[in-house]
Design a protein around this ligand. Structure first.
Ligand code: PHE
Length: 391
């Protein structure tokens, strides 16, 4: 029906030259206004396709309003002055209404598209993370966090080492009996420089690499994999250690003891932990001390902390340590009269077992998903001193 009206309008105004004289004049003016209103009404509820039809019908080459505009040329100046603004007004009103409606329709379409294609950025990337962080990785993160707070950087070294870094530089020459004690995995071939090659038996070669590679003062920890030919419930051929090394001026055993106490208390998150230093021997430290930590038995389980001299208490060894042997400092090209330091080495797997209550080390490396599900940590739990180092 609407379409019909437009066609009528085109027939009436698009092709006829209006002859403005009194009655007809009034009629034409009324028609222009009527025409404009009709168009505006149609535009108001047109969709995009209908809008284009209306535009062609009104303003196209053969359009009704275009036709009216053409009649202006045949009018007297007076008529034109009267009719010009009306016809032009209709053209402007219809043009503006079409543009506004088009804008509104287009943003409606865009809004609908945006709403239907929306991505909810507040949703977690993986709502249920798959897999878990292995307790060893978790403990390494905890160690890095605790020691970073004490001013220690994390250092690393290769797992395939030469005999020089793993033994000789650490004051264990080829004939030294301690070399045999390490149950070392040797490679069948020597390296290009003719050195024997092996899987590092401890993280101590990182001490050497660090002292040779950077100027003191030095404060590092070096966590990583280590290897010895040994296997039972508490030993696996591959295991993890963390090395600590401080080289500075005027360093004493007191610094060592304070650092270890601070570390152990932060790691086990208890203040009532006591350490006992027992004289020991390592070729690369002098004097050397093995460090025991006090435990108490709670509900049949050993728990770090409490009174080790009480009825439920005892001591267990957790690490080896000592003052860096002056010979080692010298091997690294430093003057032992100027620089002193302490070092310690600690089994990470054992720390994890003590803190998180596993009792068979072999399960750490079986890759059993049930074990990992039970003992693993969420990847979103990052240890922080402020939020708690354990998950
Ligand atoms: N490297 C020693 C070990 O594996 C531990 C240790 C490190 C002892 C540093 C003293 C100083 O048993």
């Amino acid at each position: 029906m609407r379409q019909g009206l437009i066609c009528d309008a085109r027939r009436d105004y698009g092709t006829r030259t209006l002859n403005f004289s009194t009655d007809k004049d009034i009629q034409a003016v009324a028609d222009v206004e009527q025409l404009q209103q009709d168009y505006l009404a149609r535009i108001a509820d047109a969709d995009l396709a209908a809008l284009e039809e209306i535009r062609i019908a009104a303003l196209g080459k053969q359009g009704a309003i275009t036709g009216l505009l053409k009649t202006l040329g045949g009018m007297s100046a007076e008529e034109r002055q009267d009719q010009g603004p009306r016809i032009n007004g209709a053209r402007e009103a219809v043009t503006a209404a079409i543009a506004a409606r088009k804008d509104a329709l287009e943003s409606e379409v865009l809004n609908a598209r945006l709403a239907s294609e929306a991505i909810d950025l507040t949703l977690p990337v993986a709502p249920s993370p798959q897999g878990s962080v292995h307790p060893v990785a978790q403990v390494m993160d905890e160690l890095a966090e605790i020691f970073a707070d004490l001013g220690f950087a994390v250092a690393t070294g290769p797992e395939i080492e030469s005999g020089w870094y793993n033994f000789t530089a650490l004051n264990m020459p080829e004939t030294h009996p301690a070399r045999a004690m390490h149950d070392t995995f040797y490679f069948p071939d020597r390296n290009a420089a003719g050195e024997e090659m092996l899987l590092r038996t401890h993280t101590s070669p990182v001490q050497i690499r660090t002292m040779m590679g950077q100027k003191p003062p030095i404060r590092i920890i070096a966590p990583g994999r280590t290897y010895r030919s040994d296997s039972d419930a508490t030993h696996t051929p591959m295991f993890h250690q963390v090395e600590g090394l401080v080289i500075d001026k005027g360093i004493t055993m007191a610094h060592l003891k304070w650092t270890l106490e601070t570390f152990v208390k932060a790691f086990f998150e208890r203040d009532d932990i006591v350490l006992r230093l027992r004289p020991s021997y390592f070729p690369f430290t002098e004097p050397s001390a093995e460090v025991d930590v006090g435990f108490t038995v709670e509900k049949g389980k050993r728990v770090i902390g409490g009174d080790p001299t009480g009825p439920n208490g005892g001591w267990m060894e957790i690490l080896g340590s000592g003052m860096v042997n002056p010979k080692v400092i010298e091997h690294c090209g430093l003057d032992p009269d100027e620089w002193q330091g302490f070092a310690f080495g600690c089994g990470i797997d054992r720390l994890a077992m003590l803190k998180y209550g596993m009792d068979d080390l072999r399960a750490f490396f079986d890759g059993d998903l049930r074990w990992l599900k039970h003992y693993g940590f969420s990847s979103l739990d990052v240890p922080t001193l402020s939020g708690g180092v354990s998950a």
